[in-house]
Design a protein around this ligand. Structure first.
Ligand SMILES: [Cu+2]
Length: 341
């Protein structure tokens, strides 16, 4: 634990640095080559400071790439049971792993399968989902799924063997995929805030029978990291790495349907948000209806809330998306769509 560095000191200088960096990049092609003059010693270790200094996170060293996570849907190993129903099986291993969440900022994460967020599990409503969970970590962990399932499969302390999976032990969660929509899973060991904040979460996509219209599909899990253990976050992102989609924009085609599976797992802050520039999207809260509830450019989500966003870009060019909470955006939760013709 690094004593003496408070969130306020990091925030003050890091946010200023990020603001300068962002402004510089939008206005011109060259990122700042050296720290801004107001980035004092307290900024060292701050995500935004390092981003401003033009470092970047190496996906190979981390073992996962935020750009790959965007489109990495895991349908599991597929078979059929005696009744002809589709069965999907996964193995998920909890592992301790140090990851880099912003250039130069390392975080001792707890992960599912070595990545944060964990694998995006995908099934069709009515499929049987069988998830073998192995605890390869050094604390008691679980997998708690949002969805409809028996109490013994709920993955919370008191739910039986699946609610208290000790290091070196395993448990298989099994249930029917329902309802269709966008859901999530996370560890439900106590203290809950720490087990979530350390990185044990992921998205679950349950497709409606017949699926949704063909689209370019992207998973975005809004998260953050408390890098100095003060029960507040210093680094914010979607899919873990601050500024990842700002430094390397997400390329989409003009006119194509883009579907964003947006999940908020943010710990320590009460609310998160998503704002898109230069466009509006249809919002399907929790994805449980095929009729959009809203046509807007900004939505908010509390922890555990999620929604599907569908959008087409009529114009080419770069369009920003970010938390409409400026503090989060300046500390990493900002990206760009690069729309090509
Ligand atoms: Cu845990």
């Amino acid at each position: 634990m690094r004593m003496g560095i408070t969130r306020a000191t990091l925030l003050g200088s890091a946010a200023a640095a990020a603001g300068l960096a962002a402004a510089g990049r939008i206005a011109g092609p060259a990122p700042a080559a050296s720290p801004p003059p107001d980035a004092g010693p307290a900024a060292h270790g701050g995500a935004a400071h390092h981003a401003a200094a033009a470092g970047s996170v190496d996906p190979a060293a981390n073992g996962f790439d935020p750009h790959a996570i965007l489109e990495d849907f895991d349908g599991g190993v597929v078979s059929r049971d005696a009744a002809g129903r589709t069965v999907r099986e996964w193995t998920i291993v909890a592992q301790n792993r140090e990851i880099e969440v912003a250039p130069g900022v390392r975080y001792a994460a707890w992960t599912y399968n070595g990545r944060v967020p964990g694998p995006t599990l995908r099934a069709t409503a009515g499929d049987r989902m069988r998830i073998r969970f192995v605890n390869g970590g050094d604390h008691v962990h679980t997998m708690h799924f949002h969805g409809i399932h028996p109490a013994a499969m709920d993955g919370i302390p008191g739910s039986g063997p699946g609610g208290l999976v000790h290091p070196g032990e395993a448990f298989t969660y099994e249930f029917t995929a329902e309802p269709f929509g966008l859901h999530l899973y996370h560890c439900h060991s106590f203290p809950l805030a720490i087990h979530i904040a350390k990185g044990l979460y992921g998205a679950v996509v349950i497709d409606p029978p017949g699926g949704r219209p063909a689209a370019r599909e992207l998973v975005m899990v809004q998260n953050a990291f408390d890098t100095n253990f003060d029960a507040a976050n210093e680094v914010y992102a979607v899919n873990t790495v601050a500024f990842a989609y700002f430094e390397r924009p997400i390329r989409v085609r003009r006119g194509e349907l883009v579907r964003i599976y947006l999940v908020n797992v943010l710990e320590y802050d009460p609310v998160n948000s998503f704002h898109l520039h230069g466009n509006f999207f249809h919002h399907f809260p929790t994805g449980t209806s095929l009729t959009p509830a809203e046509y807007t450019d900004t939505i908010s989500q509390v922890q555990g809330q999620r929604g599907i966003l569908e959008v087409r870009f009529p114009h080419t060019g770069r369009f920003m998306f970010h938390a409409h909470k400026s503090e989060f955006a300046e500390l990493g939760w900002v990206g760009l769509f690069e729309v090509t013709g």
